[in-house]
Design a protein around this ligand. Structure first.
Ligand SMILES: Cc1cc2nc3c(=O)[nH]c(=O)nc-3n(C[C@H](O)[C@H](O)[C@H](O)COP(=O)(O)OP(=O)(O)OC[C@H]3O[C@@H](n4cnc5c(N)ncnc54)[C@H](O)[C@@H]3O)c2cc1C
Length: 293
């Protein structure tokens, strides 16, 4: 896979593609992978470098309101993130943890995988902003493809899994009218089963004349045409503020879905996008696991 650093191009360079994908985390990489053998030229644009780098990590700095950042919480993170603890800084990321590098946060993920539950899609009055605009049913055709990419076994995470176990593990004597079983699988690397699946390393090993990766390229602006009906181009910048331009027919935004609307220049884009003007411009930053107070 061709991976270029924006730093190696002249300021004001222009890149052209059919499809520009913003963010080389699991989402961006998985979408780019779908185009490996297509006729389309794809440019996968990543803010960070191939490996983590302190100045890029600083771009993930967040302010946290109301999050307990006491010693107990910090200790819990030490235990929870274990060997990856060195890769984030408690001051910069007081809540949650994100990675700004090729491969995204899954550079340090746990690989724990399951399909979404019916409940995840439901609107729940007690959960603000809950309810998805797509159904679980509409995603079903993609589950097996995702499992293959994640190097998982059968896509089975509920009561049916006991049947697959064929009595090899005894079922705990729990009240089935009150509790139901659910299971996880761990996504392992095909190259080394003792390691978690690494989207970046697996993708880097693939060949394609059509898909390119541009690192050290933070998208700072998404431009749309005058009447706000079509995507026009992107402005990208190196960490040293050297700016270039990317034109494409289509743009896919998968840059830290958890927090991208908070990137300072982007709310303007959301405000100008048809149908988006009244949408909440700040989403919530979630983290895996709960931190004790
Ligand atoms: C320690 C840890 C453990 C985890 N364990 C699990 C687990 O076991 N199971 C599980 O399902 N999930 C787990 N997760 C969560 C999982 O890693 C994320 O849900 C997943 O990485 C999200 O993928 P994504 O592509 O949407 O975003 P990200 O992985 O966040 O990738 C987004 C990419 O966009 C880039 N980017 C951001 N802004 C810009 C910009 N302006 N321009 C260009 N690029 C930009 C970022 O640098 C990043 O590389 C874990 C996460 C962490 C941190």
């Amino acid at each position: 896979m061709q991976i270029d650093n924006l730093d190696n191009f002249d300021p004001g360079s222009e890149f052209e593609a059919d499809i520009a994908i913003i963010g080389a985390g699991p989402a961006g990489i998985t979408i780019a992978r779908e185009f490996l053998n297509s006729p389309y030229r794809v440019l996968l644009i990543e803010s960070g470098l191939v490996d983590e780098h302190e100045p890029h990590m600083a771009l993930n700095q967040v302010e946290s309101e109301g999050e307990p950042a006491g010693e107990a919480a910090i200790n819990f993170r030490r235990i929870f993130h274990g060997p990856n603890m060195g890769s984030f800084n408690q001051q910069a990321q007081p809540y949650g943890m994100r990675v700004r590098a090729f491969g995204g946060s899954a550079k340090y993920w746990g690989g724990r995988s399951a399909t979404f539950d019916q409940m995840d899609f439901a609107k729940r009055d007690w959960v603000p902003f809950s309810g998805w605009p797509v159904s679980r049913e509409s995603l079903k055709p993609y589950f097996d493809r995702a499992a293959d990419w994640l190097n998982l076994g059968p896509n089975c995470y509920d009561e049916e899994f006991w049947k697959l176990l064929g009595g090899k593990i005894e079922r705990p004597p729990l009240d089935r009218s009150k509790l139901r079983s659910c299971f996880w699988q761990y996504a392992r690397s095909r190259r080394d089963l003792t390691q978690m699946k690494s989207f970046g390393a697996d993708f880097k090993a693939l060949d394609s004349g059509k898909v390119r990766v541009l690192v050290n390229a933070t998208v700072t602006q998404i431009e749309i045409d005058e009447d706000g009906k079509a995507f026009s181009h992107l402005e990208v910048s190196t960490i040293d503020n050297v700016r270039s331009k990317v034109t494409a027919r289509l743009c896919v935004l998968v840059a830290q879905g958890r927090s991208f609307p908070a990137v300072s220049s982007w709310p303007d884009f959301f405000a100008r996008t048809p149908g988006r003007g009244e949408a909440p411009q700040r989403r919530h930053l979630h983290a895996s696991g709960n931190l004790p107070g």
